[in-house]
Design a protein around this ligand. Structure first.
Ligand code: FES
Length: 75
């Protein structure tokens, strides 16, 4: 299975799922959420601290699902 081209944010918006976002390029962290199931690959993770990354935080605007059943909690 190759990862979908679209980001999690793009997919959510195309399905009318309302998610917070702003820059859409992995800079502002407005779209930050915590991955509680599945695996997410980030194109860009410089905006997250090592602690946030260790806690499973992801940026949906640069995140792609790498597994089935990805669940992301938005604070
Ligand atoms: S929308 Fe700015 S980091 Fe995702």
């Amino acid at each position: 299975m190759s990862p979908p081209d679209k980001t999690i944010l793009q997919t959510a918006l195309s399905l009318d799922i309302d998610l917070p976002y702003s820059c859409q390029s992995g800079m502002c962290t407005a779209c930050m959420g915590r991955c509680v199931a599945g695996k997410v690959g980030l194109e860009e993770e410089d905006a997250l601290t090592p602690k946030e990354l260790a806690q499973g935080y992801v940026l949906t605007c640069v995140g792609h699902p790498l597994s089935e059943g990805v669940v992301i909690e938005i604070d």
